[in-house]
Design a protein around this ligand. Structure first.
Ligand code: ADP
Length: 238
């Protein structure tokens, strides 16, 4: 069953077409890589799917319902969560308070004891068990990323959009990060992953969509896509 469907999705900024007629589907439970060189339109595509940018043209449906006209809050309430390329923590708050802020913005907000229990579960799910009272600004980079994921998971998303969540991790952290995303996949969350770390793409994604200069140039099984001559040329910038 199709969860997310993009049809001819286009975004122009003045004279620049950042995303040009992008069409692809995500099946329920799939983990798909959205790849392409810098400036190819990946983040703009995530911004449109999550409602942070209006579409210039085309349509997006989630579980058969049009979401292309909705804003970010209503799309989040329909079960779409995302992480950002630059971590958006509230540094003056504790780890638990950061997650609480996300719980408060849910469609069905959680407060009090119920929220505390949920915070512990979310932190434990991302490898931060027992760390709720720690100040967010004392976290290491990987732990900040873990916290950001806990905040995204606070809404019980059916679709998770990850924007270079694995970027900047050392090899040990990368292994742990891949294991963490694998555990989310095993819980049935559908994941669209913008990622440059190819080992992670190979480990996590059954399928990849590749963009270049705003246009989709490949869509298929990961091993085939990564061996595709046009994809390799796009990455080498020829
Ligand atoms: P990627 O995520 O693949 O690196 P982006 O989606 O960030 O690519 O950017 C695609 C193109 O759109 C780039 O040329 C970028 O400069 C441009 N762009 C992105 N956001 C904006 C914006 N808010 N205003 C103008 N141009 C933008």
């Amino acid at each position: 069953m199709t969860l997310l469907s993009l049809h001819n999705v286009t975004k122009t900024f003045g004279g620049l077409t950042a995303v040009n007629g992008l069409t692809f589907d995500l099946a329920m439970g799939e983990t798909v890589g959205l790849l392409g060189p810098n400036g190819s339109g990946k983040t703009t595509a995530l911004n449109m799917i999550s409602g942070y940018l209006p579409l210039s043209d085309g349509s997006i449906t989630l579980a058969g319902h049009a979401i292309g006209e909705l804003g970010s809050e209503r799309i989040a309430h329909r079960g779409v969560a995302r992480t950002f390329q630059l971590v958006r923590a509230l540094p003056s708050l504790s780890v638990g308070e950061n997650v609480l802020a996300a719980l408060a913005f849910r469609k069905a907000p959680l407060w009090g004891r119920e929220a505390e229990t949920r915070i512990e579960t979310l932190l434990s799910d991302v490898g931060l068990a027992g760390r709720a009272s720690q100040p967010a600004d004392s976290l290491t980079y990987i732990d900040l990323k873990r916290m950001e994921l806990a905040r995204a998971l606070a809404s019980d998303p059916q679709l998770l959009l990850l924007d270079e969540w694995l970027a900047g991790l050392n090899p040990t952290e990368l292994r742990a990060g891949i294991d963490l995303i694998t555990s989310l996949r095993q819980r049935g969350i559908t994941i669209l992953l913008v990622e440059h770390v190819m080992d992670a793409v190979r480990a996590l994604c059954s399928r990849c969509v590749v963009m270049n200069a705003g246009t989709k140039i490949a869509d298929g099984p990961t091993s085939e896509v990564l061996a595709d001559a046009e994809v390799i040329r796009a990455y080498l910038g020829e």
